[in-house]
Design a protein around this ligand. Structure first.
Ligand code: 0GY
Length: 293
């Protein structure tokens, strides 16, 4: 897909339902984005899709409506390495948002320090081919070496068939590493399939690797309420209670058929984190340790 091609871009849900599940006090939505507004924060020339504007005011209103207290805003590919919309959201969040930026080889130490001051605590390396062009490993290694002493971490986004090829790169990274969307398993294969088992073994062997248990709406083959994705997220939450994060992924870029109802997504949480201790870890303790400590 390129930025001018069909199918048309599907906007976020206009009227999400109120979730039945009430997140614990101080809960953090640890994966969401801001897009534009393009009039102020133009999309990157090299982008592969053009989203509908999803500005900070809408994100903060959704946060309150869903019963969350804070956001971790992740730079998405449509804004490239221009983190201006992200920074604008962070500095206007009243200390209720932290960020994960995308930076390039050319990003200076001063720029990184300014991002840190605004609330950025990590960088994202995106390996999903439909979203970004290839970046050489040595460039990523240089970025990793630069941000590691700042106490930042690295968020990686890839699809599970690519894990064997990427694994040695991930395990050599000098920081804590957070995997987006459970590494995007093919849920039709089931949790016992070697692909997902390989992912678990990776986390077993490396306690600096964390996993987001997000995006049932992208991974499902059955649709809401995402019964086919729950076992994957639950396995991760129960095996690594102190290394998991949850996020809405609002405003849900590139959904193929329809935007998810964010209230329904929140109601998945008590099915994957089945007691208050696991919910506190997933939604409060883990993100607070990584982003607000
Ligand atoms: C997500 C997922 C997607 C998009 C991006 O950077 C991005 O554009 O991450 C996707 O299309 O799977 O996490 O928002």
């Amino acid at each position: 897909m390129n930025k001018n091609s069909n199918p048309p871009y599907i906007p976020f849900h206009p009227n999400p339902s109120k979730p039945r599940f009430q997140p614990p006090a101080g809960a953090v939505d640890s994966h969401c984005h801001v897009f534009g507004p393009a009039s102020r924060f133009p999309y990157a020339a090299e982008r592969k899709y053009t989203p509908v504007d999803a500005p900070k005011e809408k994100l903060f209103a959704l946060r309150d409506f869903l019963g969350f207290d804070k956001n971790v805003i992740v730079q998405a590919s449509c804004h490239g390495t221009d983190n201006a919309a992200l920074v604008d959201a962070l500095v206007n969040s009243n200390n209720k948002a932290r960020g994960v930026a995308t930076v390039g080889e050319q990003t200076s130490k001063q720029e990184l320090q300014a991002l840190d001051k605004a609330g950025v605590r990590g960088v994202r390396f995106n390996f999903v081919k439909r979203l970004v062009d290839f970046t050489p490993r040595d460039v990523l290694e240089k970025i990793a070496a630069t941000i590691a002493p700042m106490g930042w971490h690295i968020v990686v986004y890839f699809e599970m068939p690519d894990l064997p090829e990427l694994e040695s790169f991930f395990t050599a990274l000098p920081t804590l590493v957070v995997v987006d969307h459970m590494g995007r398993p093919d849920v039709k294969k089931g949790i016992d399939h070697p692909e997902f088992q390989r992912y678990l073994k990776l986390l077993d062997a490396h306690d600096n690797i964390w996993s987001k248990v997000s995006c049932p709406e992208r991974l499902t083959s059955q649709g809401a309420p995402y019964d086919d994705v729950v076992p994957f997220a639950r396995a991760l939450v129960e095996r690594y209670p102190n290394r998991v994060l949850w996020g809405t992924d609002w405003p849900h870029p590139n959904m193929p058929v329809e935007a998810p109802d964010d209230g329904v997504l929140v109601d998945v949480i008590p099915r994957i984190a089945r007691n208050p201790e696991l919910q506190e870890a997933l939604l409060v303790h883990n993100p607070m340790a990584l982003y607000w400590s």
